[in-house]
Ligand binder design. Structure first.
Ligand SMILES: C[S@@+](CC[C@H](N)C(=O)[O-])C[C@H]1O[C@@H](n2cnc3c(N)ncnc32)[C@H](O)[C@@H]1O
Length: 225
């Protein structure tokens, strides 16, 4: 298990919830647009996996729309806090697990890794996609999202807000550019361009397509053949 994870060590449970408790309306719109885009693809009988589920923010929104939803996260603090939040949702399950070591096989109708999860779940992204596809049933869909380049100013504003609240370190502004946010305490978040997401889709040898949502997100959607 990756034991040097910023989110696990410094930004879990209540602190992570503070990140999402933003006063910037455009960020709330972005967060909601991602969830609604995923929800649009749910019929109601699906079993869903969320990678890097945090404390279950997204699961709370989707649990009523599907048959079962499982969230995995590397941070035990997130999972403990999330279990309390989700205690009334009998079809929701949270598990401490490193996404890079998950062993699911043909279990899920849908897997989601949104809110730029590909950046937060650090490692060789191609391996993560392979494990994700292993876990999907044939015909199942995987949703990965990153930030739209036109959203950069709002994203920067949001990270300033997080730094001001003391949730992440001071922004290393000289090195915040080209979709990368860097803080002086080692926090690092990149984004994946449309081309990079397309390349990942191509490499996995499945059906894939790209969708731009709300001028804030780019989604890579993969369908297991
Ligand atoms: C930006 S947060 C997003 C949380 C959640 N998806 C949401 O949108 O509310 C990224 C999450 O990924 C988790 N994470 C990072 N590396 C991981 C890994 N290798 N396996 C599973 N989860 C991981 C972090 O602990 C953190 O909760």
């Amino acid at each position: 298990m990756n034991t040097n994870n910023y989110y696990d060590k410094k930004l879990s449970s209540l602190l992570l919830a503070e990140v999402y408790s933003t006063e910037i309306p455009r960020i709330n719109q972005y967060l909601q647009a991602e969830i609604e885009f995923v929800r649009k693809h749910i019929r109601g009988d699906e079993t869903i996996l969320e990678l890097g589920a945090g404390y279950g923010r997204v699961i709370l929104e989707l649990a009523r729309s599907c048959k079962k939803i499982v969230g995995i996260d590397i941070s035990p603090n997130n999972i403990e806090y999330g279990k309390e939040l989700l205690k009334d949702y009998k079809n929701a399950e949270l598990v401490v697990m490193d996404a890079y070591t998950m062993q699911y096989k043909n279990e899920f109708d849908m897997t989601i890794c949104i809110q730029n999860g590909l950046s937060a779940i650090k490692g060789d992204t191609r391996d993560l996609l392979k494990k994700t596809i292993d876990g999907l049933k044939n015909g199942g869909l995987a949703f990965f999202s990153s930030y739209h380049p036109d959203f950069w100013e709002y994203r920067l504003l949001w990270f300033y807000e997080q730094a001001k609240k003391g949730l992440i370190g001071e922004l290393d502004i000289e090195n915040c550019r080209d979709g990368v946010i860097t803080c002086k305490d080692g926090f690092y978040s990149r984004s994946f361009s449309k081309d990079e997401l397309s390349e990942l889709g191509q490499q996995c040898g499945m059906n894939y397509w790209i969708e731009e949502i709300d001028e804030s997100s780019i989604f890579l959607i993969i369908q297991k053949l």
